[in-house]
Design a protein around this ligand. Structure first.
Ligand code: C2E
Ligand code: MG
Ligand code: MG
Ligand code: MG
Length: 280
């Protein structure tokens, strides 16, 4: 329930919050939930963009859009703290539409070679409405569908008939689909044979222990191998140093993102296509 979500979120977010200089008081989740109601209308949300690079030629291929809540009294609140609340109270549907529209608007201002990855909540995948929202945003901003990628997470309902139908409609529209935090969710791998996905994003917990734990290296090599045989690409998340980067290249991973390569920043701070050697 709400209290539980709040506690879980607070635990998970603390480290990142420090690293990104975000402020978060011990807040009653009910109070935050109430504040969420007026937050979209109040213009309190913004998207930050973290660069993603190809490990084949070291060039930037796009960005991941990451939602930020600039709370008028509490400062910047990270998504792990408020997405679960927005899901709990149903606000996630409206918020999710805002994210799609803003990400498409922003993508249209970027270099045409760059794509933007949008995170969606499992709740948004239960209805075809998201497909119309995506189609309208693409049209409004004259954006080619291949410029947008949709990030989904492994959840219990991921291989339900409704979700599969929505994902197929997205693919038909020309969008690409990635499985986020791959390897950490509840699911049997069989969903990979049923879902029309294009990429697996290797969770940063595996990348984090890459240097010190042989098991993690074996696991990542295994994920890359599985992906390759299923004709999927791999993206490593949470790359924090050069050693990890080189090990990921050795494993055959296709793409990478992480603080070592570039932190999430507001749109205005991102200019042009970057190269790994000039990243930071
Ligand atoms: P995610 O989709 O797995 O996004 C990656 C998270 O890892 C981001 O956290 C990013 O800032 C962080 N990160 C990137 N590089 C590093 C690194 O080198 N080290 C570490 N420790 N962390 C790194 P963020 O922005 O706090 O977002 C957390 C989660 O919130 C996201 O995880 C995603 O699941 C969710 N989220 C973010 N934006 C949205 C959104 O617009 N809609 C929905 N439904 N969920 C969102
Ligand atoms: Mg993501
Ligand atoms: Mg992730
Ligand atoms: Mg995540």
């Amino acid at each position: 329930d709400v209290a539980l979500y709040g506690a879980k979120a607070a635990g998970r977010g603390r480290f990142r919050l420090y690293r990104e200089g975000m402020v978060m008081a011990d807040t009653n989740p009910y109070a935050l939930m109430k504040d969420l109601e007026g937050a979209i209308g109040g213009g309190q949300f913004e998207l930050h963009y973290q660069p993603i690079f190809s490990l084949t030629d070291d060039r930037q291929t796009g960005y991941e859009a990451l939602l930020r809540w600039k709370h008028p009294e509490r400062g910047m609140i990270p998504p792990d703290h408020f997405i679960p609340l927005a899901e709990e109270c149903g606000q996630i549907l409206e918020l999710g539409k805002w994210v799609i529209e803003r990400a498409c608007r922003d993508a249209a201002t970027m270099e045409p070679a760059l794509s933007v990855a949008i995170n969606v909540s499992p709740l948004q995948l239960k209805s075809m409405e998201i497909v119309d929202v995506l189609r309208r945003s693409l049209e409004r901003h004259g954006l080619e569908p291949k410029r947008i990628e949709i990030e989904i997470t492994e959840t219990a309902g991921i291989s339900s008939a409704e979700v599969i139908a929505v994902l197929k409609a997205m693919r038909k529209l020309g969008l690409s689909i990635s499985v986020d935090d791959f390897g950490t969710g509840y699911s049997s791998l069989s969903y990979l044979t049923m879902l029309p996905v294009n990429k697996l994003k290797i969770d940063r917990s595996f990348v984090h222990d890459l240097e010190n734990r042989h098991e993690c290296r074996a696991l990542i090599a295994g994920i890359v191998h599985t992906a390759t045989s299923l004709n999927l690409k791999t993206v490593a998340e949470g790359v924090e140093d050069e050693v990890q980067l080189n090990l990921l290249k050795m494993c055959g991973c296709n793409f990478a993102q992480g603080y070592h390569l570039g932190k999430p920043r507001p749109l205005s701070a991102n200019a042009g296509i970057r190269h790994l050697s000039k990243a930071g």
